[in-house]
Design a binder for this molecule. Structure first.
Ligand code: RNT
Ligand code: ZN
Length: 417
């Protein structure tokens, strides 16, 4: 069936084998926080999340320890095709007995076990300072008017630069270090400028910590609003984009497609940013009404984003790809797996589009043929190409992995009580 599909695509000038080979080498960062509902290991695991993000649901089997989280991650790695890298938050520091350090004092050694985990599996690793779910959120962090609070969080950011450099050096792959805070207000603030000026100065200070920009890529992630901070977000789209533009020798912009107004699409913003920035970063997720973090689907906008990434040459390294979603209401490993597989599917779907022929139709003004061709591509035998990709990566095809997750759920997850 694959060979027949391959011939159908070949008639359109598409080499499906080449598409499979290309995609299998593209790193996609897997966010560790889907496994434990964004709790981490450095504070009381029963405290509520703060800082504009929230998980809902209490499906049994959440990972409670580094060992459990790593075991669950291994399941996901085994079930998903393609090249993966890890994406850690600072709150996932692993402390030996008596070794606990607050976030402003975190050191590379607190991530040594993660380095070992990545080395054993040949993975790179991205990193995130954790500016939420901590007693020092007042509730503001980098934009706080309280200088002691602000300094604590700046020191956290600097510690994270050092840890990111360590991860990049140890693993021999670039480390994307993403700065996101939920700083904002539930209701209309009296001063919108002050917090933004302080936020800017704080990021300046964090990025004054020495690092090699070829290996460590700090980025700034914007957001339109968060839960409990509905009226005003300090790190808005204009703020973050302007910061990255003005500091393009040490910082890149990060777009999370759950962080915009509902009629805005990140697919369209990808080429807009790439016209100015040699490198950008993405958080691939799914917004649903007021929530930005639903499991990624093989839906129209995910496909459209993948098309833009592929057509703009983003798979060659200029677009840093990471997932960012969390659902505590269903089996977490299935959530992780289906989301990563869907994003891989969207990338493969984009790679087997006759992109050059479509562009030619546009440039020649044959918009009729362009519309017809784009529609007909939707029913080509893509499923066969996807199955072949999974087989070539040694992972299960669709229909073959959920039973494995269910078995693991019975044997491992449901015993975590
Ligand atoms: C939250 C942001 C942010 C977080 C992670 C945990 O809205 O998207 O990226 O999801 O840092
Ligand atoms: Zn995000």
């Amino acid at each position: 069936m694959y060979y027949e599909a391959k011939e159908r695509y070949a008639k359109l000038g598409v080499d499906t084998d080449a598409a499979i080979a290309k995609l299998s080498k593209v790193p996609v960062a897997l966010h560790c926080w889907q496994g434990d509902d964004v709790r981490g290991f450095d504070t009381d695991p029963n405290k509520p999340l703060t800082g504009g993000i929230q998980t809902t649901g209490n499906y049994p089997g959440r990972a409670r320890t580094p060992e459990e989280l790593m075991a669950d991650l291994d399941m996901v790695l085994k079930l998903c095709p393609g090249t993966k890298k890890m994406n850690l938050h600072a709150c996932y520091a692993i402390f030996e007995d008596g070794d606990w350090a607050d976030r402003d004092k975190l050191e590379p050694k607190h991530f040594k076990k993660w380095v070992d985990f990545c080395k054993e599996r040949g993975l790179g690793c991205d990193f995130n300072p954790t500016f939420f779910s901590h007693p020092k959120c007042d509730p503001l962090t980098l934009s706080s008017p309280n200088e002691e609070t602000r300094k604590f969080w700046i020191d956290h950011g600097k510690a994270c630069i050092r840890i990111s450099q360590y991860l990049a050096d140890e693993l021999g792959q670039e480390c994307i270090m993403n700065i996101w805070t939920g700083d904002g207000f539930k209701d209309i603030p009296a001063d919108r400028m002050g917090p933004r000026v302080r936020y800017k100065e704080s990021i300046d200070e964090i990025l004054s910590e020495p690092f090699d920009f070829n290996k460590v890529k700090p980025c700034v992630e914007s957001k339109v609003f968060g839960i409990g901070v509905e009226a005003y977000t300090v790190g808005s789209a204009e703020f973050c984009l302007s910061y990255a533009a003005k500091n393009n020798d040490k910082c890149i912009p990060l777009m999370d497609n759950g962080h915009y107004h509902p009629t805005e699409v990140v697919s369209d913003k990808i080429p807009a940013l790439l016209a100015f920035f040699p490198e950008i970063a993405l958080h691939v997720t799914r917004g649903v009404r007021w929530d930005s973090d639903h499991v990624v689907l093989f839906d129209d906008e995910t496909k459209e984003m993948a098309k833009e990434i592929v057509r703009c040459g983003g798979l060659d390294g200029s677009v840093k790809l990471a997932l960012d979603y969390f659902d505590a209401s269903i089996n977490r490993i299935a959530a992780w797996t289906v989301g990563l597989r869907n994003f891989q599917k969207a990338l493969l779907f984009a790679l087997v589009s006759p992109n050059e022929a479509l562009r030619k139709l546009q440039d020649e003004g044959d918009l009729t043929a362009l519309l017809v061709m784009q529609e007909e591509l939707k029913t080509l035998p893509f499923g066969e190409v996807w199955d072949e990709y999974c087989r070539s990566c040694g992972v299960p095809c669709d229909g073959e992995w959920l039973d494995m997750v269910k078995a693991y759920e019975q044997e491992v997850l449901f015993k975590r009580v």
